[in-house]
Write a protein that binds this ligand. Structure first.
Ligand code: PLP
Length: 364
């Protein structure tokens, strides 16, 4: 299948580029706006939102342990370890959303537990009225505006925003149904987060020029992306985002990413042929972060990635440093959001099927 490249370069799955209001993909996103209630507090990163929540909890309570999942983003784990010496880990399989998971077996009153809405597919079952339970924080970074995110009954929630929109950072913290208590923000200078904003803005602008105007090269925006990420990692505060970022976050977070995503998912699922090499992780009635592919064999997992990159498709391994007590554990997310249309999804499915065929041929 040949792709019709006009002047615009096409690629699937990698980092965001700056959008303009006349872009077709921007309109596809902006067509679906949600009336959000106003209890979301905006931060410069997901980690910063996390810190604000944890500091708020620590202001009024003695926390014995903060329980976080073993399978988690290493940046978040490192950040939490840096700030608290009460971190404990619990095991959970992030692909077994159907399993009842009773965190109250280990996390007790006086503790805090972080529950991650893995890939937008998890819906934790607990009684929020129970007085004898830990404080619950849910992380909806991969399921922004999903039903679980909108209807959460946790004590606190957070999400990283740059996983879902073309913004130079951003985090959201909220208490379902009410505001965070004051002070919402720290008043100190955080140069690292300011630098992150500048560098990540340059990266998304350069990527736009590369894709839409054929200017510059990949290396420059990718280098900026990792330099910006390093600055987020350097930062350690929950200061108010600068006005430019604040405005961008306010604008984007109510645009519903899940409408186009669920249409794209439908298209791609109808076209991808079953393979013995991967499972498609999906849940009826839920909207996943992207096209989620789980592999058993590490060699074919790596081969798949190499094949995809040759086709301008960029699967993301979430997360490389994690291990699981299961056979199927090598995991890719491929973004299928508002940047992509029906033709892109056909191309994606075609490439995945083509790879599966090469696997069949190589075993004959
Ligand atoms: C699940 C999850 N939560 C939180 C974060 C932190 O977000 P940020 O990078 O915006 O600090 C990340 C990624 O870094 C993540 O993957």
């Amino acid at each position: 299948m040949k792709r019709k490249f006009i002047s615009v370069k096409r690629e699937i799955g990698s980092s965001f580029y700056k959008l303009n209001s006349e872009d077709k993909e921007y309109k596809a996103l902006a067509d679906n706006k949600i009336e959000l209630e106003d209890h979301y507090t905006l931060y410069s990163s997901g980690r910063s939102a996390f810190l604000a929540i944890l500091e708020e909890i620590h202001r009024s309570k003695d926390v014995k342990h903060i329980w976080i999942p073993e399978y988690y983003c290493h940046n978040v784990t490192g950040f939490l370890e840096r700030n608290y010496d009460t971190i404990k880990y619990y095991y959970i399989n992030p692909f077994e959303y159907q399993t009842k998971f009773n965190f109250q077996d280990f996390a007790k009153k006086g503790d805090v537990i972080v529950l991650n809405n893995y890939w937008g597919l998890f819906n934790y079952d607990y009684d929020p009225q129970n007085q004898d339970r830990p404080i619950i924080i849910e992380d909806h970074s991969h399921g922004w505006l999903t039903q679980q995110c909108l209807n959460s009954q946790a004590d606190y929630c957070l999400a990283s925003v740059r996983k879902s929109y073309p913004v130079s950072g951003g985090g959201v913290a909220w208490r379902p149904g009410s505001m965070l208590e004051e002070p919402y923000y720290e008043t100190k200078a955080d140069e690292a987060i300011e630098d992150a904003h500048i560098i990540l803005s340059q990266s998304i602008n350069k990527k736009r020029s590369f894709l839409k105007d054929d200017k510059g090269d990949k290396k420059s925006y990718l280098n900026l992306l990792s330099a910006g990420e390093a600055q987020i990692t350097e930062s350690n505060s929950y200061v108010r985002p600068n006005p430019e970022l604040y405005e961008a976050l306010e604008h984007y977070i109510s645009l519903d990413i899940n409408v186009v995503k669920s249409e794209n998912l439908q298209t791609v699922l109808e076209l991808i042929k079953p393979s013995s090499h991967f499972q498609i992780v999906n849940r009826e009635g839920y909207i996943p972060f992207g096209l989620l592919l789980l592999f058993k064999d590490e060699a074919s997992f790596k081969d798949f990635k190499t094949f995809c990159i040759q086709k301008n498709i960029y699967p993301a391994n979430l997360w490389p440093d994690n291990d699981l007590r299961s056979e199927w554990k090598y995991f890719f997310n491929i973004h299928i959001d508002f940047r992509y249309d029906d033709e892109d999804m056909r191309y994606l499915a075609h490439c995945v099927n083509e790879w599966s065929e090469t696997q069949v041929l190589s075993t004959i």
